[in-house]
Design a protein around this ligand. Structure first.
Ligand SMILES: NC(=O)c1ccc[n+]([C@@H]2O[C@H](COP(=O)([O-])OP(=O)(O)OC[C@H]3O[C@@H](n4cnc5c(N)ncnc54)[C@H](OP(=O)(O)O)[C@@H]3O)[C@@H](O)[C@H]2O)c1
Length: 263
């Protein structure tokens, strides 16, 4: 199926690895011009040059920490400078630390809220007016299935992303008339370095191995395995596509069937 994305411009966050990179790869394969954003360094530059080489497309890179309040404005400005416009915005960055829910700290709430709610909201707020003027835009936020079923040690993630979901749902009602769709994807457990790190941390707390932790978690997933990042990247590209123009305000789990509840 032609997704109608050739030549479209996309800013992808957390794009040097994991789910952000998988989304960028799919958009690159569809012929989008890209700006990739993460804290920067070798992995980001390597991803950009691999995508340029594999798909003969323009790829710019932007370094910035999503936990820094000054970052959103600079990323928006640099993306517009590199691409001329941002028609597709994939909101994504790293996750917050794991913590026992009864032992959270005000300073970490502030950092996590900046990382997972304020920065993406500010970025989308800055880029939306141009999308609305052009009568075409796509915002896709990579979130977590934890906003539907809380994950005990990831309370910063669940709570801060729930605030982002509330904002995204609210704006989706306003901007649809201008051809802009706003959706979220909710990963369950997809095989990335973040998930490996979380499994290691759980194993350390439980006094077991990461392999044991993973095997136990996989038994709770109807698919019987962790997901491949591309299984999320492909759906992100679909949400950005021309044929997906009637889908907005949705938050869809990509979790191998792990969530038991009806929508
Ligand atoms: N994988 C899953 O199954 C899963 C499940 C639920 C939720 N999530 C969430 O989905 C998001 C992506 O997860 P992932 O598994 O792809 O993680 P990952 O493999 O660790 O990749 C994270 C990406 O974000 C960038 N990043 C990290 N901290 C950042 C910051 N402060 N500012 C800007 N960029 C930053 C990293 O690059 P740099 O190091 O260059 O900054 C990297 O490109 C995270 O928020 C995670 O919590 C993932």
């Amino acid at each position: 199926m032609d997704l109608g994305l050739r030549g479209r411009t996309a800013l992808v966050g957390g794009a040097s690895a994991g789910l952000g990179r998988a989304s960028a790869e799919r958009l690159a394969a569809e012929g989008c011009r890209l700006a990739l954003w993460s804290r920067g360094g070798d992995a980001l530059e390597r991803t950009a040059s691999e995508l340029r080489r594999a798909h003969s497309i323009e790829v710019a890179t932007i370094a910035g920490d999503a936990a820094d309040p000054a970052t959103a404005a600079r990323v928006a400005e640099e993306a517009l400078k590199a691409l001329g416009s941002v028609e597709i915005l994939v909101l994504n960055a790293g996750g917050p630390p794991a913590v026992e829910a009864t032992r959270t700290e005000p300073q970490e709430w502030q950092r996590s809220f900046q990382l997972l709610a304020i920065t993406p909201i500010q970025l989308a707020t800055l880029l939306l007016p141009d999308m609305r003027k052009r009568k075409w835009g796509r915002i896709v936020s990579i979130m977590s299935s934890g906003i539907r079923t809380p994950i005990p040690e990831l309370v910063y993630s669940g709570a801060c992303r729930s605030a982002l979901a509330a904002w995204l749902k609210t704006i989706s009602l306003e901007v649809m008339a201008d051809g802009v769709t706003v959706n979220g994807v909710l990963p369950g457990r997809l095989d990335t370095s973040r998930v490996e790190w979380l499994d290691n941390a759980r194993a350390e707390r439980a006094g077991t191995t990461a392999e044991e932790i993973r095997a136990g978690l996989e038994r709770g997933i109807p698919a019987g395995r962790y997901g491949d990042p591309d299984e999320l990247g492909a759906y992100v590209a679909w949400l950005c596509s021309e044929p997906a123009r009637y889908q907005t305000g949705t938050f869809v789990p990509i979790d191998g069937g792990a969530l038991r509840a009806l929508p």
